[in-house]
Design a binder for this molecule. Structure first.
Ligand code: ZN
Length: 334
């Protein structure tokens, strides 16, 4: 399989979004240390809403000028070393303000769908530019913030106009509906790549867009109990690098379902979920050996434990027929 190690490069969305150093820069360096051992390259989905906001404030506040510079330097380094820099949109940054000391976070407009179509066009344009200003004109892939990709018709024109043609947001059985989130991927094709036009879960062989979904793996309720436990009582190896808090996401009924029924877990590098990596690859390659295996992760949610699991996973992968690649390389090879 082609393995894509994708990372949403971002701060937290809660009242305390965390520091750039601990939630982004340091854990990214830790990930690179492991990846470099195997010459594995990552795909970074960069929260360009945050980047655009930093860029807006950097003239006024020295502190944010420094944060911006740290991120620019790291993104340039990543780009120069063969990692992908792609577009991730969290439009709630439009409503977040900085008072000279701290951010005041506002996630009422968490979904891009909270904006009008002409505002969406402006957001996609500015956010893509926030990236191309740093790494040049090589951004073509998208991951929706909080997986809120639907209804797609509101986004379609803007993405097309800015030549964003690859999406990696969908995951099998994905479903969420809360005050801030909405998506329903239950009818998505059971494939690891397809084309689409109107709706990312409806295949259209003549469509402009390509979907390479995030991989999943079936897990028992016991796994989610362990996962919840490690999250709540995290210490030592299970403590995340990130130092912020997340704003509410999944609805309570969804969490209850995960804790009581067999369900699909996203294949992830984050925390305790990383324990599933190897088995998930084996299981997915049984279905489609030549297919794509997309792992999601967040530097802020990485732990010393998950780094060890990543190391084991890469060691296993390179001694098998699988190949770690990026969307840019995958596209160039075709
Ligand atoms: Zn995100």
């Amino acid at each position: 399989m082609q393995i894509f190690l994708t990372l949403d490069y971002e701060l937290f969305s809660g009242d305390n979004p965390g520091t750039v150093e601990n939630s982004i820069i340091l854990p990214t360096e830790k990930l690179l240390e492991v990846g470099d051992k195997y010459d594995a390259k990552f795909v970074f989905f960069v929260d360009s809403g945050y980047l655009d906001r930093l860029s807006f404030y950097k003239k006024r506040y020295e502190k944010l000028a420094k944060d911006y510079e740290k991120i620019v330097n790291q993104l340039r380094f990543l780009d120069a070393n063969g990692h992908d820099i792609q577009l991730h949109i969290h439009p709630h940054w439009e409503d977040c303000t900085f008072d000279g000391e701290k951010w005041s976070m506002d996630t009422k407009r968490f979904r891009i769908h909270s904006f009008e179509e002409d505002e969406i066009e402006d957001i996609v344009c500015r956010y893509k530019k926030a990236l191309t200003d740093i790494v040049g004109d090589k951004v073509f892939a998208y991951r929706a913030g909080g997986w809120c990709l639907q209804p797609f018709d509101k986004l379609k024109k803007s993405l097309k106009k800015h030549n964003i043609w690859l999406d990696s947001t969908v995951y099998e059985d994905g479903l969420n509906s809360s005050d801030t989130h909405y998506y329903d991927f239950r009818n998505a094709p059971k494939k690891s790549l397809w084309k689409f036009e109107k709706d990312p879960v409806v295949e259209d062989i003549n469509g402009f867009f390509t979907e390479i979904p995030i991989s999943t793996y079936p897990v028992s309720p016991l796994f989610f109990w362990k996962f919840a436990y490690h999250k709540k009582f995290a210490k030592n190896d299970h403590k995340v690098y990130g130092d912020g808090v997340t704003a509410g996401g999944s609805s309570n009924s969804l969490i209850l379902k995960m804790l009581t029924r067999y369900s699909k877990s996203l294949v992830s590098l984050d925390g305790y979920r990383a324990s599933l990596l190897k088995n998930a690859l084996k299981e997915n390659s049984k279905k489609e050996l030549e297919g794509n295996f997309v792992v999601i992760g967040h530097p802020k949610a990485v732990t010393p434990y998950s780094l060890k699991e990543l190391d084991n996973f890469l060691d296993f992968s390179i001694h098998s027929e699988h190949k770690v690649t990026t969307f840019a390389r995958f596209t160039a090879d075709k």
